[in-house]
Design a protein around this ligand. Structure first.
Ligand code: PRP
Ligand code: ADE
Length: 170
């Protein structure tokens, strides 16, 4: 299935100059959503994965179904102030802003092999920070997987020691 044809591009959202890649047009169609998760699974099934971590919010709709498909657990990387237990946090920048990400201190056991999953790689700020948090907890990053990669923002350059997998490139 050609997933790119199901992605809606919206100009100047959330700010002028940004071409927003909207995946709600994939998610609302059960067959297309399933095909996307299946293609992601095929892409990373050679990796030995203990657990998947995904950043709020769109990382949840990619990471959680992928974890179920692989038979592993899922841990959320949330925006600051949402997780109820003890957390570690890190500041980050993304294509259109800045924020703080958090993980529960007990989300990852030292030595666990962790796959990061998200809908989209843009500048790489979100994923670089997610990787940093997982490593602070003792996790080993086996790779990061995305539906979409915006190659013109060069996120890969920030992540040159990590295996990156994406299905659709702009
Ligand atoms: O590579 P970057 O420049 O860091 O940008 C990519 C991130 O931006 C979006 O999330 P956003 O922070 O907009 O949050 P949302 O998932 O809650 O919409 C997207 O889902 C990625 O996580
Ligand atoms: N251009 C973009 N479209 C959708 N999500 C994004 N996250 C960062 N940049 C984005």
């Amino acid at each position: 299935m050609d997933l790119k044809s199901y992605i809606r591009v919206i100009e100047d959202f959330p700010q002028p100059g940004v071409r927003f890649k909207d995946i709600t047009t994939i998610l609302k169609d059960g067959a297309v959503y399933r095909a996307a998760i299946e293609q992601l699974k095929q892409t990373i099934q050679h990796l030995q994965i203990d657990i998947i971590a995904g950043p709020e919010a769109r990382g949840f709709v990619i990471g959680a179904p992928l974890a179920l498909e692989l038979g592993v657990g899922f841990v959320p990387i949330r925006k600051k102030g949402k997780l109820p237990g003890e957390t570690i946090t890190a500041d980050y920048n993304l294509e259109y802003g800045a924020d703080v990400l958090a993980m529960h201190k007990d989300a990852i056991q030292p030595g666990q092999r962790v796959l990061i999953a998200d809908d989209l790689l843009a500048t790489g700020g979100t994923i670089a920070t997610s990787i940093d948090l997982v490593r602070q907890l003792g996790g080993e990053i086996v790779g990061a997987v995305f539906l979409i990669e915006l190659s013109y923002l060069h996120g890969r350059d920030k992540l040159d020691n990590v295996e990156l997998y994406s299905l659709v490139t702009y």
